[in-house]
Design a protein. Structure first.
Length: 241
């Protein structure tokens, strides 16, 4: 920001309040916010195409204190997500960002096109992909280790493979288990683990997963997303034509 002020010959306004004001909010976020606002104003004055870009605060997460409820965390990410979608939609529609913020709700046709980017499904996918909260599997999968009825849980990697397959509606998934990476096929439709070499089968079961402090299940995240759907803040997943 100082370099921009030097180039524009405006050092006095810069230090007298445009970007640096020692009487304003003394916290780091407040000072950085003033600097970002100054840079955006200078960019808009020098480059008309700057209107195509969103303001930094629209696509930046506000700091949240430890222990913030999951619904509030999801809500803050939703605030940023909608602006990211507006930015993407503006480029698709070949309009500037500020105009797109209004146009996305101008009529049913615009709202329908925007909803292809901004909906419960795409938001949930973004939350999971970005690791918003440590998500534990909804189920812990186990295989019967011996005739005595002892059950052995899959390790985290294999458990995720089985759980992901279940969530996708798939009935078969291949695993590598043990120190020698023995090959097995899990058949979810029959609830068995099959040794790919010998054909031997072992029973399979699942137990409800539990989330340690600071983490959440995918079910928890979906419940938080559903809250905003019910508020009509976030549209449902669009129906396929």
């Amino acid at each position: 920001a100082l370099a921009v002020a030097k180039l524009g010959g405006g050092l006095l306004p810069f230090f007298k309040g445009d970007a640096f004001d020692r009487t304003a909010d003394p916290c780091l976020e407040g000072r950085v916010g003033r600097l970002m606002e100054y840079l955006e104003a200078q960019r808009a004055a020098l480059d008309p195409s700057a209107k195509l870009l969103p303001p930094w605060e629209d696509v930046s997460l506000r700091p949240l204190p430890p222990g913030t409820p999951l619904r509030d965390v999801v809500g803050e990410h939703l605030r940023v997500f909608v602006h990211e979608c507006i930015w993407s939609w503006a480029r698709e529609e070949r309009m500037d960002y500020e105009r797109a913020k209004i146009a996305r709700q101008a009529d049913e046709a615009c709202a329908a096109r925007f909803a292809k980017l901004y909906n419960a499904e795409t938001f949930e996918e973004a939350l999971v992909a970005r690791g918003v909260v440590p998500i534990v599997p909804l189920y812990q999968w186990e295989v019967q280790a011996d005739a005595g009825g002892r059950w052995m849980p899959y390790d985290a990697l294999n458990n995720k493979k089985v759980e992901d397959a279940r969530l996708r509606g798939e009935s078969r998934v291949e695993l590598r288990v043990g120190p020698k990476a023995w090959k097995y096929e899990v058949q979810l439709d029959r609830m068995v683990q099959v040794n790919s070499k010998t054909g031997a089968e072992r029973p399979l079961r699942s137990r409800k997963g539990t989330a340690p402090p600071g983490s959440a299940t995918l079910e928890d995240v979906r419940a938080a997303v559903r809250y905003f759907v019910d508020l009509d803040t976030l549209p449902e997943k669009p129906t396929r034509e």
